[in-house]
Design a protein around this ligand. Structure first.
Ligand code: SF4
Ligand code: SF4
Length: 315
């Protein structure tokens, strides 16, 4: 039993979002908790505010009145006024005091990153217990990368399991084996990303090679943990027949395992573009790598040919 007395000495997790009533990331209706920090730098990331394990200032320039209220309260000088114009210095680390967010009457500033205990998160997760029970849902931890905060995430999932709440994590799989096996004890389903089969290409696209990811996936599947594969789909990046069949060949030894739960295709979408602007970053992808419905159907049929359960997830 988790009670408030234990909360005093509790560890805290660094999170950047909580999303309720999600129906895409695991079975049933789910609450998603997004963990901050990720070891990968995927060009197409739709949550760039979750990449770094630091507070981040998101700023809507169009909403700003250049009133200077934020500059007056920022203790580290991130906000300043220059010739009547509000300037943000992104070379200075934000300390997360949120004074600027509170001072801005126009809601032009949002600070991402918040420390929460497992008890605090559990309370939020528990609010929707009725939905989990009627839909077969639960909680999914995503990010960023959950396993960057493996101890805290494991603790959180452990208390969820103790309360009978279904658990899932969405992971890039780039973590040490020990931490992934530890969290697996309390994880009902892994939503495990495979982004590119070729390790050099994987490195170019994400900043890391894929051998460790593959080793962890094999370990989870071999030990009987439930795993669903997720493949982000981007035209001209990882969607050719050879690239898809490369992944299928890699997964073939596990196709008939009971704990292999199939493949989700996640079509690229541009939802992250505004966030890059608000973070003062250039959007890393040139052109539009979206796939048409026909192209997605084609990819689905290449996978089905090998008798793999596959679904295109359309948000
Ligand atoms: S949260 Fe605090 S430190 Fe960060 S930018 Fe705002 S006022 Fe400055
Ligand atoms: S407080 Fe808000 S409106 Fe005023 S300068 Fe800062 S961001 Fe702009």
């Amino acid at each position: 039993m988790y009670n408030t007395d234990t909360a005093i000495n509790e560890k805290k997790g660094f999170i950047f979002n909580i999303q309720k009533y999600n129906v895409y990331d695991g079975p049933g209706i789910r609450t998603l908790v997004f963990f901050k920090g990720c070891p990968l730098r995927c060009e197409w990331c739709s949550n760039p505010e979750g990449m770094e394990s630091k507070y981040k200032v998101m700023f809507k320039e169009n909403s700003c009145l250049n009133c200077g209220a934020c500059a007056a309260v920022c203790p580290v000088g991130i906000h300043s006024m220059l010739g009547g114009t509000h300037i943000i210095n992104r070379d200075i680390d934000c300390v997360g005091c949120r004074r600027c967010e509170e001072a801005c009457t126009e809601k032009a500033i949002a600070i991402t990153g918040e420390y929460k205990t497992a008890s605090e998160l559990l309370e939020i997760i528990e609010e929707d217990r009725m939905f989990y029970e009627t839909s077969g849902g639960g909680v999914t931890l995503g990010g960023g990368e959950v396993l960057m905060q493996a101890d805290f995430a494991t603790e959180l999932l452990k208390v969820c399991k103790q309360r009978g709440i279904n658990t899932a994590i969405e992971t890039c799989g780039y973590a040490n084996k020990e931490s992934i096996l530890k969290i697996a004890e309390y994880t009902d389903l892994f939503l495990f990303d495979l982004k590119h089969i070729d390790s050099n290409r994987h490195h170019k696209l994400t900043g890391v090679y894929n051998e460790l990811i593959h080793e962890n996936l094999i370990e989870l599947l071999s030990r009987g943990h439930d795993v669903k594969i997720r493949m982000p789909m981007l035209k001209g990046i990882n969607s050719s027949q050879a690239e898809i069949e490369g992944i299928i060949k890699f997964l073939m030894p596990f196709r008939d395992y009971k704990n292999f739960k199939g493949i989700d295709l996640l079509p690229y979408h541009k939802l992250g573009v505004n966030k890059y602007n608000q973070l003062g970053k250039d959007y890393p992808i040139e052109g539009d790598p979206s796939l048409s419905n026909e192209e997605l159907d084609q990819i689905e049929s290449w996978i089905k040919k090998y008798d793999f359960p596959v679904k295109v997830i359309k948000h």
